[in-house]
Design a protein around this ligand. Sequence first.
Ligand SMILES: Cc1ncc(C[n+]2csc(CCOP(=O)(O)OP(=O)(O)O)c2C)c(N)n1
Ligand SMILES: [Mg+2]
Length: 321
Amino acid sequence: MARKPSDFKVADVYADWCPGCGDFGIMNGLQMAFADLGLEPHQIVLVSGIGCSGKEPHNVKCYGVHTLHGRTLPFAMGIKAANPNLEVVAIGGDGDGLGIGAGHFVNAGRRDLDMTYIIHNNGVYGLTKGQASPTLRRDVQTKALPRPNINDPVNPIGLALISGFTFAARSYAHDVRHLRDTIKQGVQHKGMAFIECLQPCPSYNNITTKAWYSGEDRKDAQGKPQSRLYKLDEAGFDPVVKDWSEDFKRKVAALEKAQEWGDRIPIGVFYKNELEPTFQERYSKRIPFYISKPPAKQKLCDDNGYSHVDLTQFLEELKTS
Ligand SMILES: Cc1ncc(C[n+]2csc(CCOP(=O)(O)OP(=O)(O)O)c2C)c(N)n1
Ligand SMILES: [Mg+2]
């Protein structure tokens, strides 16, 4: 049955983000992408961390888990490893994924499970009232900061590339069609896909606002705003690694693009490599029935509740060691 975005709406939950928050756009982008991909709600698990962004699973009809701050990825990777037949999408804030959760981010790239991770990049800790997040640039002073930010930012696309993510893309919360298409590409990608979603925070980030992204401050002679965002595919950028010999070249080109900020900000796919075997493929080589009978589908006990695993010998060994 063909699905519609409204099939992924949750009727009885009030989305309590601030008016104008980019989280609404990301929610719509997810619902549109899932519908276009022909997925059923029961096939998807949306896993979030703590932050305003952490509320996405409340508002999208599918399985959802709102986990601990910074622990989005280990939780989501555990679900995917236990049941590789599920479509797992991890989601969280820039503080959640690049501050407290940064170690998990790096190790997620290294493992390359076949799933998707989306970071809401608003430059602030929105939920806790606007402290500087790890992506806020040095010397920038958003309105909750008593002084300009003293630290340098993390580059999310750059970190994804060097950590081993096999797909790295960026989109924008207020360009929902672009975001929908980017999420679709991320979900369809064979391997660990990372999507940075630029997102204004109307309450606490008064610097990179919606008006700033759309270039309201720099109109042309006809009075038309000159958007700071431009699309990589329209600029002729090719992110796809077709042969290992060109991998380094594509990574360097992607890193160069990831450095661009300010007057021109690229969105779209920076890097894509499907030559790398995924965690699922590597694991299936060791355990051939891993996909057909993954851990989540195996019986742990008999009908009387007794474990199928006989721990007697193990316990005896423990006693004597
Ligand atoms: C272990 C732990 N440390 C700190 C907090 C407080 N806290 C809640 S949300 C948050 C940051 C949220 O920022 P971000 O991840 O960027 O999400 P946003 O609200 O901007 O979407 C912090 C520090 C917490 N909940 N748990
Ligand atoms: Mg944030």
